[in-house]
Design a protein around this ligand. Structure first.
Ligand code: BGC
Length: 481
């Protein structure tokens, strides 16, 4: 550990701190890779699984959704665990559970075994979906927190893309898809073991000397580390002994923040993003683009990755509200359009198809709008919901509240996974119905964001609570700071 003292050492610290913080964020983001891989892997693997275990629609939906049930439980447990054993060790356990779950799925012999190990994968992702962003937000400096937490979302999108690409290259070999996933879990375990614990967590455990050492490395300056340590100590002392339920009863700011976080978490899922991520190939077949659906699914994955850079670039410049509102609005418009095109597809299918591509005009129109919807999500609801959730709670109850909001997110994903296929298959206007329902939810999301979300760009974590204690102040964006 670096000792304070000579100037030379200070310069040395500064030159290492930037890359050190990025390295820490990158390792934590391996959890995001796992998260994304876990979502993407099932889109292409489900045909093989269906055939291998002779599954009907409902059992297939159970296999898809079981991972989300595991993630729900994992997220709830991880909130408390992140306080007990720390953010770093919660990530380590997340990686280990995911690796075991993937191996079990790769070797599964029947429906029950694959379902059980999908739950285990989910537990791992649930752990890391809470502890990953939390760890990054607590280690990043205020001015780069938005971009750093968005790295986590970038990793999610890369994980999805990787899964789609593997599906494209070795479509039949679904067992390998899962086997490869276990490498990511192993990577998270090894990477996290090499990283330091979160300084905020260390202070809460009374290990200030160690916290100071970590802060020196992340801030790059002995003075900055000492003043940040003091601020954290004051905050932790104020919050000592805070319990979630009594705090919720007595503190209106925490109550408002929790409503905002849970609302955003649910609305992110009800935006319908995962209908495309989980069932992309089926939806593409429905709109007459069967035959090349794996390639198109991979393109969706790529566009999702690229558009996330828009958020990384703008989030700490334009702020959270502008990106969220514009992206959600664009996604809603695109979904209304997809519904309209999908409405015409059966008719177009009986004669309107392009002789070369085999696709109809409305089918291609729907595809373009699917791309637009993905782009809109990727620079708004995708990264920003995780960012807002990780930054709006005071440290004393942060991990418990992040756990609850993340569990709500997984509940939303579970419901979407469980019912989308049923609506698609049992309704003559399945695709239209699905997309219009999601567009409706996005209208609700717009109103919710407009009325409930304060601007938290550039505000120190320790100060964000103020924006919820006074709604008038909350309405005045923090952009000036
Ligand atoms: C969501 C996931 C989604 C992914 C798509 C994430 O922010 O939480 O459910 O699959 O974005 O990129």
């Amino acid at each position: 550990m670096a000792a304070s003292g000579p100037e030379g050492q200070e310069t040395d610290l500064q030159s290492r701190s930037g890359s050190y913080t990025v390295a820490v964020a990158l390792v934590a983001a391996v959890g995001g890779l796992m998260f994304g891989y876990d979502i993407g892997v099932i889109a292409d693997a489900q045909k093989g699984i269906k055939a291998a275990f002779d599954l009907g629609t409902f059992r297939l939906e159970v296999v898809v959704a079981s991972v989300l049930a595991g993630s729900f439980v994992g997220a709830i447990v991880a909130g408390r665990l992140s306080d007990r054993i720390g953010r770093r060790w919660t990530n380590v356990w997340g990686g280990a559970l995911f690796a075991v779950g993937c191996l079990g799925c790769a070797l599964a012999v029947d429906f029950w075994m694959i379902t059980a190990f999908r739950v285990c994968m989910g537990l791992g992702v649930g752990f890391s979906s809470v502890a990953g962003p939390l760890y990054i937000a607590e280690i990043a400096a205020p001015w780069s927190r938005g971009a750093m937490v968005s790295l986590y979302q970038l990793a999610i999108t890369l994980g999805i893309l990787l899964a789609f690409l593997i599906g494209l290259v070795m479509a039949e070999a679904w067992r390998w898809h899962f086997g490869i996933g276990s490498l990511m879990g192993g990577g998270l375990v090894i990477g996290m073991l090499a990283m330091p614990p979160s300084p905020r967590w260390l202070v809460s455990k009374g290990r200030t000397a160690l916290a100071l050492g970590v802060l020196r490395r992340t801030t790059g300056s002995v003075d900055a580390a000492e003043s940040e340590l003091k601020a954290i100590e004051v905050r932790v002392r104020e919050e000592a002994g805070e319990r979630l339920l009594p705090t919720l009863k007595s503190n209106v700011a925490v109550r408002r923040a929790l409503i905002l976080a849970v609302g955003l978490a649910l609305l992110q899922q009800f935006s319908g993003i995962n209908a495309i991520m989980f069932y992309g190939p089926s939806i593409l077949e429905e709109i007459g683009l069967g035959g090349r659906e794996l390639l198109l699914t991979a393109s969706i994955g790529l566009i999702n990755v690229l558009a996330t850079f828009i958020a990384i670039w703008f989030v700490d410049r334009l702020g959270r509200r502008v990106l969220l509102l514009s992206g959600t609005f664009l996604m809603m418009l695109a979904q209304v359009g997809i519904g309209v095109f999908a409405f015409w597809i059966p008719a177009a299918g009986s004669g309107g198809a392009d002789p070369v591509t085999g696709a109809s005009g409305p089918g291609i129109g729907a595809l373009i709008l699917i791309f637009v919807a993905i782009i809109a999500f990727a620079f708004s609801l995708g990264p920003l919901v995780w960012l807002v959730i990780s930054e709006i709670f005071p440290a004393g109850v942060r991990s418990a509240c992040v756990g609850i909001a993340t569990a709500a997110n997984w509940t939303g994903a579970f419901l979407v996974a469980l019912f989308t296929l049923t609506v698609l298959e049992n309704n003559s206007l399945g695709t239209t119905t699905v997309f219009w329902l999601f567009a409706g939810s996005n209208v609700i999301a717009l109103v919710f964001i407009l009325t409930k979300l304060p601007e938290t760009k550039g505000v120190e974590l320790e100060r964000i609570e103020e924006f919820f204690s006074d709604p008038v102040k909350a309405g005045s964006p923090a952009g000036e700071s």
